[in-house]
Design a binder for this molecule. Structure first.
Ligand code: PEP
Ligand code: MN
Length: 340
C-alpha cells in the first residue's frame, strides 16, 4: 500500500501518517521524489486492506491511499511514476539517458585493462567493466585476480576517469569490493542470493543487478526490491539472456523483458548482448536491438585480444568492432530520442 500526501501537507501531517503506519506494524518508506510525497508501507498486510485504506484516506494531509497489487512496492511505477535516473560519473541511466559500460570479462593485467579502458573511452563508453571475482561454471577455470584485480581497475580509473563496474559474489566480500567499485554488479547466478542482496542494499553504491538465466521477471523485480528495502534505491536492471530450448547461442535474449520491466518499474533497464548471445558476431545486432527497444544502456564485453582472453573471448568484441558498434549505437540512440 502507498499513501500519497497532498502537495501542501505539513511535516506534522506527514509525521502522523508515519506514526500510524508504524502503529499498524509496518515500516514507512518515503519516496525521495520532490513533486509529491509518497509513503510506502513495507510489511505483510494480514488484516482487512480496505479498512486500512479508509483509515489513511481519513487522515489530514492525505490525498489518497492506494493498494499496490504487485508484491514489489519500492520498485513499482505506482510508488515512483517517473523514471529513476542512476548517475555514475558522467553516465546517466534512465529518464531519456543511456550509457554504455564496456571492457573485458575478467581483469587480467594492468596493461590489458589500460588498453581496454583507452579503447572504450575513445569510442564513447562512459564506464569500464571488468571482473576481479569471477563466477565460473568450472572450479578449474580462471577464478579472477581478486583484490589485485580491483587495484588494477582503481589505477586505470585514476588514469582515465572512467568509473568501474565490477562483480561482487558473496556477502563477505561486499565491503572490500564496495571500497573500489563505482557500480556493484550482482551476477546472474546470484540474482536470488538474498543475503548478498541485503548486504548490497546496505551500501549506497549503485547496483547493476543481472537477471538469472532461469529467473522470471517478477522474481527478478523482487530481487531489486530486496536491495531497495535496505535503502539503496540506485538499482539498474540488466537483461542478459535466458535459457530456452534454443542452443544456437549461449542464451536467448529476452527482448520482451525490456518493455515489460520499463512498465513494471521505474528503474533503468540495460541489456548485456555479450552474455545473451555468447558470440561476438551477434553482439552488434542485439546491442542495437536493445537500444531500439528502449534500453537505458548496455554492458558490453570487449578485449584488446579476444583470442587470448582469460574468459569469454568468443563473445568479446575487438577494439575495431567495438568502435564501429558505438558509431552505430549513436545513430540508433538519435532515432529513439535517447541521449547517449
Ligand atoms: C559477467 O558479466 O562477466 C558475467 C559473469 O555475467 P552473468 O552473471 O550475466 O553470467
Ligand atoms: Mn563474462
Amino acid at each position: 500500500m502507498i499513501v500519497i500526501m497532498q502537495p501542501g501537507a505539513t511535516p506534522e501531517e506527514v509525521d502522523s501518517v508515519k506514526s500510524e503506519i508504524c502503529r499498524f506494524g509496518f515500516r514507512p518508506f518515503e519516496n525521495p521524489g520532490v513533486e509529491r510525497k509518497v509513503i510506502a508501507l513495507l510489511g505483510e498486510v494480514d488484516f482487512n486492506k480496505a479498512d486500512l485504506v479508509d483509515t489513511f484516506n481519513a487522515m489530514p494531509g492525505v490525498s489518497r491511499a492506494e493498494l499496490i497489487s504487485n508484491p514489489w512496492k519500492l520498485a513499482s511505477r505506482d510508488f515512483h511514476p517517473k523514471d529513476t535516473i542512476v548517475e555514475v560519473g558522467s553516465a546517466k541511466f534512465g529518464g531519456g539517458f543511456a550509457a554504455i559500460a564496456a571492457g573485458p570479462c575478467s581483469v587480467e593485467s594492468l596493461s590489458q585493462m589500460r588498453e581496454s579502458a583507452l579503447c572504450v573511452k575513445a569510442a564513447g563508453a562512459r564506464l569500464l567493466r571488468g571482473g576481479a571475482f569471477k563466477p565460473r561454471t568450472s572450479p578449474y577455470s580462471f577464478q579472477g585476480m581478486g583484490e589485485d584485480g580491483l587495484k588494477i581497475m582503481a589505477e586505470v580509473r585514476e588514469e582515465t576517469g572512467l568509473p568501474i563496474v565490477t562483480e561482487v559474489m558473496s556477502e563477505e566480500e561486499v565491503e572490500l569490493v564496495d571500497s573500489y567499485a563505482d557500480v556493484l554488479q550482482i551476477g546472474a547466478r546470484n540474482v536470488q542470493n538474498y543475503a548478498l542482496l541485503k548486504q548490497v542494499g546496505q551500501t549506497r553504491t549503485p547496483v547493476l543487478l543481472k537477471r538469472g538465466f532461469g529467473t522470471k521477471i517478477k522474481d527478478f523485480v523482487m530481487s531489486a526490491e530486496y536491495i531497495m528495502a535496505g535503502g539503496n534505491t540506485q538499482v539498474i536492471l540488466c537483461e542478459r539472456g535466458i535459457t530456452t530450448f534454443e542452443d544456437s547461442c549461449r542464451n536467448t535474449t529476452d527482448i520482451n523483458a525490456v518493455p515489460v520491466l520499463k512498465k513494471l518499474t521505474h528503474l533503468p533497464v540495460v541489456l548485456d548482448p555479450s552474455h545473451a548471445t555468447g558470440k561476438a558476431d551477434y553482439v552488434p545486432a542485439i546491442a542495437k536491438a536493445g537500444l531500439a527497444a528502449g534500453c537505458d544502456g548496455l554492458i558490453i564485453e570487449m578485449h584488446p585480444d579476444p583470442a587470448h582472453a582469460a574468459s569469454d573471448g568468443a563473445q568479446s568484441l575487438n577494439p575495431k568492432a567495438f568502435a564501429q558498434l558505438m558509431e552505430d549505437l549513436r545513430r540508433i540512440a538519435a532515432a529513439v530520442d535517447k541521449t547517449l
